[in-house]
Design a protein around this ligand. Structure first.
Ligand code: SAM
Length: 261
């Protein structure tokens, strides 16, 4: 798979603030995702699981999880060596031993990750690839006990490929990136085809207001509906966030699916 990597590797295109500010304050979605993982029966506060965070950025999500789940150990894998170094320096300087980041490419993962993890998580990344099947398959090939992902999904038989371009003040193109929306039933079908069943899902509805940024570029903000729920938007797009999870068949407690929404 030929992936366009400029948006992930060019220093002037990587949004460092997106990674940094999560260390100061985790995103509401990260907290809600962990709440849901517990409800879904995949993690427990005192459980000693080995977790891989696929496309971990600088590791802010495993940092949050390591504080919440002190008996677990975490490895984050990301293609951006600068983010990996930044995260590892932070973990070492703060004496956090159960988190480590490694440079890796989801399209060409090191085979030593196979059968090494109880769970693979991936936060807000699946939609940022050219398409979702190869990244899902790459996670499934690692044969973890379960896979859990936060992603932009549509609960119907439609997927959208959305390739955005941002412009500078002179309206010259500065940055491109995918913001695809994947069909939830198709994602489920692919996971099942890769041997992951017990599919669970829930929409994520944010519980705080996020102001619309003045620059008008891609950045999440909210609009409140009459019934009090909040729509999440970014630039011109709606952001239909879901949390999904499935267990490896041999690790599943049963073959019945149990949607959590
Ligand atoms: C939208 S960011 C999400 C980062 C992190 N999961 C979070 O929630 O903060 C997507 C991440 O995927 C990484 N990435 C992009 N392509 C990748 C690839 N082929 N293999 C591994 N990581 C990749 C990027 O470097 C970036 O850190």
């Amino acid at each position: 798979m030929q992936q366009r990597t400029a948006e992930w590797l060019d220093k002037d295109k990587v949004n460092r603030d997106y990674h940094d500010r999560q260390f100061r304050e985790p995103y509401r979605s990260t907290i809600a995702f962990c709440n849901w993982l517990e409800t879904a029966g995949l993690v427990a506060r005192e459980g000693g699981l080995r977790i891989l965070d696929m496309c971990s950025g600088a590791g802010a999500n495993i940092y949050y999880m390591s504080k919440r789940y002190p008996k677990m150990s975490f490895i984050g894998v990301d293609i951006n060596a600068d983010l990996v170094e930044q995260g590892n320096v932070f973990f070492q300087s703060t004496g956090i031993q159960d988190c480590r980041l490694e440079v890796g490419d989801i399209y060409n993962l090191d085979p030593r990750y196979v059968s090494e993890f109880d769970g693979v998580v991936s936060f807000q990344t699946l939609n940022w690839f050219p398409e979702f099947k190869a990244p899902l398959e790459a996670m499934a090939k690692l044969r973890p006990g379960w896979i859990a992902v936060s992603a932009l999904l549509y609960n119907g038989p439609v997927s959208c490929t959305i390739d955005i371009t941002e412009y500078d003040d002179d309206l010259e193109p500065t940055r491109s990136g995918f913001y695809n929306v994947c069909s939830l039933p198709v994602v489920r079908k692919h996971l099942e085809g890769d041997g992951f069943r017990d599919f669970q899902f829930t929409p994520f509805e944010i519980d705080v207001d996020l102001p619309k940024p003045g620059h008008g570029l891609m950045s999440t903000y909210t609009e409140k509906l009459e019934d009090g729920r909040r729509l999440q938007r970014s630039g011109p797009l709606l952001m239909p966030w879901y949390f999904i999870a499935a267990r490896q068949s041999s690790a599943a407690s049963g073959s019945t699916s149990s949607p959590a929404s």
